[in-house]
Design a protein around this ligand. Structure first.
Ligand SMILES: C[S@@+](CC[C@H](N)C(=O)[O-])C[C@H]1O[C@@H](n2cnc3c(N)ncnc32)[C@H](O)[C@@H]1O
Length: 306
C-alpha cells in the first residue's frame, strides 16, 4: 500500500480494508462513499455478485464504525444491482448490514434520511421504466450530531410568499436564507459532456459530497472516502476547507484523484457549481420539438382515437 500525504489530504493507493485497520478510533467526522455495485464495471471483478457485495461490506464496516467520531455521519451512496431479469435495491442490503453492526452499542447508527438522487440521463430501458435515481443512506453515530442546515439551504421558488391568515398574516412565510433542500436532490450525473468527466465510468458529481460535507461536518473536520475513485469527495472536502482521507485500489484512478486534489488546492479544478438545474431555453433549437416527433405523436393519438 502506498501513502501520499499532503497538507489537506492523505491518499492511499491500495485496499481500503488495510488502510482502515491502521486508522485510530474516532478520528473521522464523516464517511461519504459510493462502493462498487458488482455491475461488471472496469474496476470490478467480473465474478462479483450480491454475495460479494455483502462480503466486501462485512469486511470493512466494523472499522468504518470504529474510526467514526460519536456525533459523526456516514453517507453511503448506492443504486441497483441490475440483472437480466430483475433489479435489486442495494440500500436495503446496506441498511440491514449497518443496523446489525451497531444495534447493541451505546452509540448506535441511526438512519436520518434516505436521500433520493435523481438525474436526467442514463440507459434507456425497453422492458421497464428507465432508471433515473440512486439513493444515499445517511446515518449518524449516536443521537446528537452535527447538522448545519443553514449552510445548505436552497433558493425558494416563490420567496415573496406571505402568511394569509393567523397572527403572522401579511408577513413573509419563508426562511430568508432559503428552504430546506429536502430528501430529493436533482443533480446532473457525470456523463459525456459534464465538465467533471474523467475516464472513470461511475463518478458522482462534486455537488453530492459537497452538500453532505457542508451540512454534516464542522469547518476543518475530517472526511473519509474508502472507495474514492477519481477523488470526487476529496475535491468537495478541499473546496469546503476540510481534511480528506481517500483510498483507491486502481492506480489509474488513484493518479487522477491525486491530480484533481492538487488542482483543487491550486484553485483550478473543474467542477459544476451546486445550482438549481436550469429549465431549457425554449428559443434554443434543441429545445424545440422536432417535426418528426410531432408527426409520430399525432399519428399515435389518431390511431388511439379510432
Ligand atoms: C463507484 S466507484 C467510486 C467513484 C467515486 N465516487 C468517484 O466519484 O470517482 C468505486 C471505486 O472503488 C474502487 N475500489 C474497489 N474496491 C476497492 C477496495 N477494496 N479498496 C479501495 N478502492 C476500491 C474501484 O476501483 C472504484 O474506483
Amino acid at each position: 500500500m502506498d501513502s501520499y500525504i499532503h497538507n489537506n489530504f492523505d491518499l492511499f493507493n491500495g485496499d481500503c480494508a488495510d488502510k482502515l485497520k491502521s486508522m485510530p478510533d474516532e478520528s473521522v467526522d464523516l464517511v461519504v462513499t459510493s462502493p462498487p455495485y458488482c455491475m461488471k464495471k472496469a474496476y470490478e471483478d467480473s465474478k462479483d455478485d450480491i454475495k460479494a457485495f455483502k462480503m466486501h461490506h462485512e469486511e470493512i464496516l466494523s472499522d468504518i464504525y470504529r474510526v467514526l467520531k460519536v456525533g459523526g455521519s456516514i453517507c453511503w451512496q448506492t443504486g441497483y444491482h441490475v440483472t437480466k431479469d430483475q433489479i435489486i435495491p442495494l440500500d436495503y442490503i446496506v441498511y440491514e448490514l449497518f443496523n446489525s453492526l451497531s444495534n447493541n452499542n451505546e452509540a448506535p447508527l441511526i438512519l436520518r434520511n434516505r436521500i433520493i438522487w435523481t438525474f436526467g440521463h442514463g440507459l434507456n430501458s425497453t422492458k421497464r421504466f428507465s432508471g433515473r435515481h440512486e439513493t444515499i443512506l445517511w446515518f449518524t453515530k449516536g443521537k446528537d450530531y452535527e447538522f448545519n442546515l443553514d449552510d445548505v439551504r436552497i433558493p425558494q421558488k416563490y420567496p415573496g410568499k406571505r402568511y394569509y391568515k393567523g397572527k403572522n398574516k401579511g408577513k413573509l412565510s419563508g426562511n430568508p436564507l432559503g428552504k430546506n433542500p429536502s430528501d430529493v436532490w436533482e443533480i446532473p450525473n457525470v456523463k459525456a459532456n459534464h465538465i467533471e468527466k474523467t475516464v472513470h465510468p461511475c463518478q458522482f458529481p462534486v455537488s453530492i459530497p459537497q452538500r453532505l460535507i457542508k451540512a454534516l461536518t464542522p469547518e476543518g473536520g475530517v472526511v473519509l472516502d474508502p472507495y474514492m475513485g477519481v477523488g470526487t469527495t476529496g475535491v468537495a472536502a478541499i473546496l469546503e476547507k476540510r481534511h480528506f482521507i481517500g483510498c483507491e485500489i486502481k492506480e489509474e484512478y488513484f493518479s487522477i484523484a491525486e491530480k484533481r486534489l492538487i488542482d483543487t488546492e491550486n484553485g483550478v479544478v473543474k467542477y459544476r457549481k451546486d445550482e438549481p438545474v436550469m429549465k431549457p431555453d425554449k428559443k434554443m433549437a434543441v429545445a424545440k420539438l422536432p417535426k418528426e416527433f410531432a408527426l409520430a405523436r399525432r399519428k399515435k393519438y389518431e390511431k388511439k382515437k379510432t
